[in-house]
Design a protein around this ligand. Structure first.
Ligand code: PMP
Length: 433
């Protein structure tokens, strides 16, 4: 299933207020005395009690190192660790949980692919195709690969609506043809919120004999993923963006590719045997999980996935689109606000990024903080994107299942205040009135 083809139930069946009770951190008041409006979910989400309890339960009742022990605790933690892998496998609709590798996060997963598959399969004159909306985690490892092997990194440009221009993308495939070894792209932009046509792009890459890597860091928390339908070669995401712990993420890879790739990190757990002359790697998935893995983090990730699955990703997505719709409609009445990314909320996830002429993004975020509203300001690890937009920074509000219409209204009211206080036009207007 493509993210853009998701059908969603009516918003009325979704009650963020009752979900907030699951998130202890959201019960606090901000320094301003107002309830905390946490709108920085694209950077990292908060954790529900169900995840906190799963982590605490592991440490309090059955924690031990996995895989190596014969004693009861080790068997219990191994069972739970492998159960988490199975939960991820079902979550992605993978053909087998052997295709699910735990990594430290999206960044670590992409670097693993670049250092293993990339070093093995990409050479001088080859092309790695990216889009202009990539996060640095999906740019820098390919620049590093280019430094090592002499390949070229090419970026597909965007149109004025913050989407990849399909005609220009087609032209890049025509121009570079079979020199393109990999198309690595984000399924959802962390700045623009743009939802990309994953399935269509994977098919296009397949027609040219190229591999695909899908950065699902901003997708997995919000929309159902189906790797058997989408057919990417690799797909990656981070636990902390979907209510799970930090330090854990997923590298999904198609079995035959993972089997053909050399291991990345060497050490304990990833071997079948070691001699003074060399080593034989273990089977999947152990081959790519050297050393003691993030055990409690994986178990926490499993609990987060269970939590979100129980609520339903389609319902979460619908709720976020409703919040975004409300934010767009209200912001349309605030002069001087430049919304970046798709103008139609139906084309995006719950991310609203904007700039106000003459006002620095940091001033906007700081003002919002005084109002108890947490948003992010800066380049959001997407400097090439900002350069292409003619901006050095932007301010981003990003929604999740626990955000409410009331928070959206507080956010837009704060945008109004910022503009009146900081923008040259706003100040002039205030003086005149
Ligand atoms: N890709 C995208 C689209 C992201 O939003 C992020 C996190 N902002 C990353 C990659 C990197 O994720 P992490 O920092 O968890 O490795």
């Amino acid at each position: 299933m493509d993210p853009s083809t998701i059908t969603t139930p009516p918003a009325t069946s979704f009650d963020p207020q009752s979900l907030r009770a699951d998130f202890p951190i959201l019960l606090q008041k901000a320094a301003s005395g107002e309830p905390l409006a946490y709108l920085d979910n694209a950077a990292s989400t908060q954790r529900p009690r169900q995840v906190i309890d799963a982590i605490s339960d592991c440490y309090q009742r059955y924690y031990a190192n996995v895989h190596r022990g014969i004693h009861t605790l080790s068997e219990s933690s191994t069972d739970r660790y492998e159960q988490a892998r199975r939960s991820v496998s079902v979550f992605l609709n993978a053909a087998s949980s052997d295709e699910v590798l735990f990594a430290a996060g999206t960044t670590a997963a992409i670097n693993t692919v670049a250092r293993t598959w990339g070093d093995q399969n990409v050479g001088r004159g080859d092309v790695i195709l990216l889009t202009m909306m990539e996060h640095h985690a999906n740019i820098v490892p390919w620049h590093q690969l280019a430094e090592r092997v002499g390949c070229e990194v090419v970026f597909a440009p965007l149109n004025d609506n913050g989407q990849v221009d399909q005609q220009q993308l087609d032209a890049l495939w025509q121009q570079h043809g079979s020199r393109i070894k990999l198309f690595a792209f984000t399924a959802v932009s962390n700045v623009l919120g743009t939802i990309n046509p994953v399935q269509q792009w994977v098919r296009q890459a397949q027609q040219h004999g190229a591999r695909t890597l899908v950065d699902a860091a901003q997708t997995a928390p919000h929309m159902a993923i189906d790797v058997q339908a989408w057919q990417p070669d690799f797909l990656v995401f981070s636990g902390h963006k979907l209510c799970g712990p930090t330090g854990i993420g997923v590298l999904y890879g198609r079995r035959e590719l993972l089997e053909s790739m050399p291991p990345f990190l060497g050490g304990g757990a990833m071997i079948q045997s070691v001699t003074t002359e060399g080593f034989a790697p273990a089977e999947l998935p152990d081959k790519f999980e050297a050393g003691t893995p993030p055990i409690t983090e994986a178990i926490g990730l499993g609990a987060a996935i269970d939590y979100l699955t129980d609520i339903g990703l389609e319902r979460i997505h619908r709720h976020e689109v409703n919040l975004t719709q409300h934010a767009h409609a209200l912001l349309a009445d605030v002069p001087g606000v430049r919304l970046i990314g798709p103008q139609d909320p139906a084309d995006k996830s719950g991310i609203v990024s904007f700039a106000i002429e003459g006002v620095h993004a940091h001033d906007i975020a700081q003002w919002m903080d005084t109002r108890g509203i947490a948003v992010r300001a800066g380049h959001h690890c997407a400097m090439p994107l900002h350069k292409s937009l003619g901006l050095s920074s932007s301010t981003r509000a990003s929604f999740y299942l626990y955000n409410t219409m009331d928070e959206v209204e507080r956010f837009v009211e704060a945008v109004r205040e910022v503009r009146a206080k900081f923008a040259p036009q706003g100040r002039r207007r205030r003086r005149r009135s």
